[in-house]
Design a protein. Sequence first.
Length: 422
Amino acid sequence: MEMEEEIMLDQLLRSRWFVRIISFMLAVLLFLGITLDSPQSKPSTNPFLTLFSSSKDPKAFEEVDLVSYYDEEKYVVTGLPEKISIYLEGSESLITKAKLATNYEAYVDLNGYKEGTHQVPVMHRNIPGQLTVKTDPEHVTITIEEKVSKLAPVEVQVINESKLPLGYAYETPIVYPNSITVTGAKSQVNKIALIKGYINIAFAKESIDTSVPLFIYDSQGNELKNLDVYPAVIDVRVPITSPYKSVPIRVKEINSLPKGLSLVSITVEPNTVIIYGQKEDIDRYEYIDGKMLNLRTINEDTVFTFDVPVPDKISIVKPEKIKVKVQVAKQEEKTFEDVSIKVKGLSQGLKASFITPSDGVLDVNLLGAQSILEDVTIADFDIFVDLSQLVTGEHIVNIEFNGPQYVKWEAHTFKAKVKITE
């Protein structure tokens, strides 16, 4: 049987008509593979030929990210859709290849555009050039604005205080940081009236330590969007009191750092402790004094561990130990000229004028770590004289300073001569 099949196959291969038929079929297939793959080929209803046909029905990339190019350090752009659609027309094989690629991109190039509202074309790249490409939309209307930043205070609102267990109460929230930086379009930043976080204290039986997100509002109470906030969340502690009480622990600084050094921060961990005892006893305490911190012995960043003292008539204090982290840096100097000396405590009906320093202004040198001084402006500190209880006449009074923590001040004089008149 096998011998007969081999003889028949041999006869077919020797037949000129069989070879001609096979050659013709191969030629037809080669012709279809080349000519019907071109954009000018007409679509066929033949399922076999469809593999090589050119599509006249646009094929879409759905939900393609729209990339934008502009100077993000200087400008904010609004109005850009996050995604668009791309429609392709042409060879089915090229469309399939394009869809399988990962490096295609739809984008708008805003470099060269000035501030204002513009209609800009949506462009694309890394799609085969033989395909016809359309985007939806083809143009987008955008607005370019100057990017600005603003340092603003933060407010925290306690909610559901009425749902605290009977006999429990809360104290004023402790917020860190109490101001944040907001960055965005100038028109939006100028609308900021309030930055607020909310903390829910319902059913709380112990102090709450948490992080809360921030919301930004305009003067009408409308929430402002599209603004970058740093930090976006703040740390909040809400002390909850009952038969026990959460109180801060105070580490008192004595002496001064060695010459040429300034404090950057003193961090107590934890910065509050819980005292247990009779209600009338724990009510006597608003804080606990911890160990004395001798700054004279500190030459570099240092961490101390201290035992927490147990106050009189308090049974237990938790935790029993705290850590105090001290960070120092090289002392730098920053000068502010002609700073006005403010007058405080002057009795009603009286007037005060400065004899010395003349015109009531003073050049002030601030001393501290560079990381603190670089952000200090004249709005961050006051120099003032306290005229409480003083009557008409001439008086020599101390010039006092109120400013950022860990910042000292110097001036050519610390005394002022004032004249008080009716």
